[in-house]
Ligand binder design. Structure first.
Ligand code: GDP
Ligand code: MG
Length: 441
C-alpha cells in the first residue's frame, strides 16, 4: 500500500496550499486504507468527508508532498475521533460495591477480560473484587471464570447449578454487600450473533444489577460486524465503554473507529493476549497508526514541519538583523505565541515571569487580544502589511471594520509594531538578533 501511495503522491503537484484535487487523490488512497483496516463503509465515508472539508486549502509544508500532508491531517483527525474524555483506564468504582457488567458476543473475550480487569483493580487500586459468571449457556463457562479467579487471587461467587442469570446477578449483589467487596463483575453469556433472547436476558440483568459501568467486549479482528454489535448493545442495554480484544493479532483495529463513531462511547482498554496482564489502557495514537498503516508518512510530515519551523525562524532572524520587521513578521510572532500556549504559556516559560503574566492578563493582554490582533493583520492587504506606514484614516476604518474592532485598537497595534520595529533595528546592529529569535521560536 505504501508503495502505491508513494506513486500517487509523486504525481501530485507541489503548491502552496492543498487543492481539492490533491485532497481527493490522497483521500481515495486513505479510503482504501481505512477499508482494508476493516473500518465500516459508512463510517469510512463520513470520516473522509469530514477530513476533506478540513484539508482543502490548508497550507502545504515545504519538503513533503500534498498527499503526505493529507495523510497527516487524516491521522490527526483519527486521533481526535478516537480520543475519549478523561482517563480511559479509570473505572467508576466509588461508592462500593460497584457493579461492572460485561457484555458482548460469545468468544469476544468477556471472561478473559473480566479476569484481567479484576487483576488490575486488585493490584493497581488495591480493590477487593468479586467475580460472578452469569453464563448459563456454555458448558464449563462458570468453571472457567472460577479458575481464572483462583489464578489471579480474587474471589468468585460459588456456583449453584440451575439458577437463571438474573438469580445469579441478585445473589452476586447480595454477596458483594455482605462480603464488603469494592467491585463485583458480572460476566454475562454471549451468543454467536445478536438475538432477542440474548438482549432480553442482558436487559433483565441490567435492571436488577444497576451497573456502574457496562463494558462491551468486542473482538478487534471483527470489522464490519463490530458496528452492528456496538449499535445493538448500546441501543438495548446502554454501554459506558468498550474493550477491544485480540489487538495482539494482525488486525488493524478499524473496529475501534467504527464503534467510536457509531456509539460515541469511548474505547477504554485493549486486550493484547491471553495472559492475565495482557491488557492496556487505550491509546488513540497507537490505534490511529495501525488503522492508517502509514505511520512512516505521519512521522515524516511531523519532521518536515519541525524543519519548516526552524527554516522560518532562520529566515525571520535574517530579516530582523537587517532591521526589517513588517506586519507579516508581527503576525508570524503572534501566531507563534498563540501556538506556544498564549501569553500565559510564553511568559510561564521564562523564569520569574509568573507575576508579570498575571499583571499582563489584568491589563488585557490575553489570548483574545492576540487573536484580535491577528484578525486585524489578516484584514490588511498584502501591500499594507509590507508597508504599514501607508495606512491612512480610510484604510484604517476598512481594516478595523473587517476585523470587528475599533480603530483605536488598530492604532495601538500599529504603535506596538513601530516600537518593536525600532527595537529590532537597534538590536540588529548588534548581531544579537539571530540568537534572540531562535530562542523565541
Ligand atoms: P467469551 O466467550 O466472550 O467469554 O470469551 P473468552 O474470554 O472465553 O475468550 C475466548 C478466547 O479468546 C480465549 O481462548 C481467550 O484466551 C482468547 N482471548 C481473549 N482475549 C484475548 C486477547 O486479547 N488476545 C488473544 N490473543 N486472545 C484472547
Ligand atoms: Mg465467557
Amino acid at each position: 500500500l505504501s508503495e502505491r501511495l508513494g506513486g500517487v503522491f509523486d504525481r501530485l503537484t507541489k503548491q502552496g496550499a492543498l487543492t481539492e484535487a490533491d485532497v481527493d487523490t490522497a483521500l481515495r488512497e486513505v479510503r482504501v486504507a481505512l477499508l482494508e483496516a476493516d473500518v465500516s463503509l459508512p463510517v469510512a465515508r463520513d470520516f473522509i468527508k469530514a477530513v476533506k472539508g478540513k484539508a482543502t486549502g490548508q497550507a502545504v509544508t515545504k519538503s513533503v508532498t500534498p498527499g503526505q500532508q493529507v495523510v497527516k491531517i487524516v491521522h490527526d483527525e483519527l486521533v481526535r475521533t478516537l480520543t475519549g474524555e478523561g482517563e480511559p483506564d479509570a473505572l467508576k468504582i466509588d461508592n462500593p460495591p460497584a457493579t461492572i457488567l460485561m457484555v458482548g458476543l460469545q468468544g469476544s473475550g468477556k471472561t478473559t477480560t473480566t479476569a484481567k480487569l479484576a487483576k488490575r483493580l486488585k493490584e493497581k487500586n488495591g480493590k477487593k473484587v468479586l467475580l460472578a459468571s452469569l453464563d448459563t449457556q456454555r458448558p464449563a463457562a462458570m468453571e472457567q471464570l472460577a479458575i481464572l479467579a483462583g489464578q489471579i487471587g480474587v474471589d468468585s461467587l460459588p456456583i449453584v447449578k440451575g439458577e437463571s442469570a438474573v438469580q445469579i446477578a441478585k445473589r452476586a449483589k447480595m454477596q458483594a454487600n455482605l462480603g464488603g467487596y469494592d467491585v463485583v463483575f458480572l460476566d454475562t453469556a454471549g451468543r454467536l450473533h445478536i438475538d432477542d433472547v440474548l438482549m432480553d436476558e442482558v436487559q433483565a440483568v441490567r435492571d436488577i444489577a444497576q451497573p456502574r459501568e457496562t463494558m462491551l467486549v468486542v473482538d478487534g479482528l471483527t470489522g464490519q460486524d463490530a458496528v452492528n454489535v456496538a449499535t445493538e448493545f448500546n441501543a438495548k442495554v446502554g454501554i459506558s465503554g468498550v474493550v477491544l480484544t485480540r489487538m495482539d493479532g494482525d488486525g488493524r483495529g478499524g473496529a475501534a473507529l467504527s464503534m467510536r463513531a457509531v456509539t460515541g462511547k469511548p474505547i477504554r482498554f485493549v486486550g493484547l493476549g491471553e495472559k492475565m496482564d495482557a491488557l492496556d489502557a487505550f491509546e488513540p495514537e497507537r490505534i490511529a497508526g495501525r488503522i492508517l498503516g502509514m505511520g512512516d508518512i505521519v512521522a515524516l510530515v511531523e519532521k518536515a514541519r519541525e524543519t519548516f519551523e526552524a527554516e522560518q525562524a532562520e529566515r525571520m532572524a535574517k530579516r530582523f538583523a537587517k532591521g526589517l520587521f513588517n506586519m507579516n513578521d508581527l503576525k508570524a510572532q503572534l501566531d507563534q505565541m498563540l501556538k506556544m500556549g498564549g501569553m500565559q504559556g510564553v511568559m510561564g516559560m521564562l523564569p520569574g515571569m509568573g507575576k508579570m503574566a498575571k499583571a499582563a492578563e489584568q491589563a488585557g493582554f490575553d489570548d483574545k487580544m492576540l487573536r484580535r490582533q491577528i484578525a486585524i493583520i489578516n484584514s490588511m492587504t498584502k501591500k499594507e502589511r509590507a508597508n504599514p506606514d501607508m495606512l491612512q484614516a480610510s484604510r484604517k476604518k476598512r481594516i478595523a471594520a473587517g476585523a470587528g474592532v475599533e480603530v483605536a485598537e488598530l492604532n495601538r497595534l500599529l504603535k506596538q509594531h513601530k516600537q518593536m520595529a525600532d527595537m529590532m533595528k537597534k538590536l540588529g546592529k548588534g548581531g544579537m538578533m539571530k540568537q534572540a529569535v531562535k530562542a523565541m521560536m
